[in-house]
Design a protein around this ligand. Structure first.
Ligand code: SAH
Length: 346
């Protein structure tokens, strides 16, 4: 019999499953859910208020997903920790803990590998291996909270993978992450980043919960965008912007645009002006990211002067803009780099 993944089950599903196991007491599901998602326990034997006979039945019927820490690199500069985790099937993924004064933020992966093919990104070099289950996304947050001994207050889905290419599991993960019976993280403190899969942005707007949505823009027009992001050929910018408008129209927050600056590709003054025209009058935030150089790619980061000039043009047009503070630059904290070096070393 194939064991069902208990950590991916929402409370009503867990209740129904336990009924099938012959459990008649309705509060058992809530107790087990609390062990899994609040007390973050790693085995059925730790569930001391659950009768041993039920624990045994659970062990037979369910798998209990836990991630193994393979490696943890800590930045001497800012305390950022980058974790390499092994999944139950042997694949490895990476997650990052960033410490800010407003709290601890965890950046999680949503897939093993990625099939979006962005030219500057290390995560996509080996293609997509598989989607992560909701339990495997939750476990990244749970393990980091346990290993660091510190509460996680913010979660960003900006690690390896394209979250909207794993939509159903992503939505399940988000609901469980924000559930009051679990870690109870506020949707205000959760951000999903997408390369711009239009139909999924529209679908996301219809969901009954709200988190922040960031768009990886990286260029102000389709021609330039298609050169660095193959997905842009499928979803033209005008459609992506319209879908994003729909999302924020319904949810009432302000969108973030990520823009990784690559020397000679997307960092000219003309492109800054075009970006300003694209975003003019929109209440939004532009996050400029000096591109992290990946050795398999020949893209170089923009020089400090160009980054500053680019920022100035946006500001002159009254667009909110920040330059992303680099975290963990001494530990290869950029997407996919640690996993890649681990795989090469094997
Ligand atoms: N697939 C999602 C989320 C993962 S990447 C997305 O595309 O948004 C998170 C952000 O890091 C994205 O904006 C991505 O374009 C950016 N990124 C990836 N590789 C990078 C690199 N080498 N340097 C700078 N930013 C990078």
């Amino acid at each position: 019999m194939i064991q069902k993944d208990i950590k991916s089950m929402e409370l009503p599903e867990l209740k129904a499953e336990l009924e099938q196991l012959g459990e008649t007491l309705p509060f058992r599901a809530a107790q087990i859910y609390e062990w899994l998602h609040k007390k973050l326990c790693g085995s059925f034997d730790e569930m001391t208020n659950i009768p041993i006979s039920l624990r045994e039945r659970c062990k037979e019927r369910f798998s209990l997903c836990t991630l193994q820490e393979v490696e943890c690199l800590t930045s001497a500069l800012d305390g950022t920790c980058k974790y390499l985790f092994r999944l139950p099937d042997g694949n490895v993924i990476e997650s990052v803990l960033m410490r800010y004064h407003h709290g601890n933020s965890v950046c999680i992966s949503s897939q093993v590998g990625c099939r979006m093919g962005c030219r500057f990104c290390a995560s996509t070099l080996g293609g997509l291996v598989r989607n992560l289950a909701a339990s495997e996304m939750l476990e990244q947050v749970y393990q980091i909270q346990k290993l660091s001994g510190e509460r996680v207050s913010n979660v960003v889905v900006m690690g390896m993978g394209e979250p909207f290419d794993n939509y159903d599991n992503l939505v399940r993960f988000l609901r469980m992450l924000c559930d009051g019976s679990g870690l109870n993280i506020s949707g205000r403190n959760v951000t999903v980043s997408t390369c711009g899969i239009t139909p999924r942005i529209r679908q996301f707007a219809q969901e009954d919960f709200t988190v922040n949505l960031a768009l990886s823009l990286h260029a102000p027009n389709d021609v330039d965008r298609q050169k660095i992001m193959p997905i842009a050929k499928l979803y033209p910018l005008a459609q992506v912007m319209e879908a994003l408008g729909e999302y924020y129209g319904r949810k009432g927050r302000r969108p973030t645009f990520e823009y990784s600056l690559i020397a000679g590709e997307n960092d000219s003054l003309a492109q800054a002006g075009e970006l300003a025209r694209l975003l003019k009058g929109k209440n939004c935030l532009v996050n400029l990211i000096p591109v992290n150089e990946v050795k398999e790619r020949d893209y170089k980061r923009s020089c400090t002067k160009n980054i500053q000039n680019f920022k100035n043009i946006l500001e002159k047009n009254r667009i909110n803009v920040t330059i992303r503070r680099e975290m963990g630059s001494d530990i290869n904290a950029a997407c996919g780099q640690l996993r890649k070096s681990y795989m090469e070393g094997r």
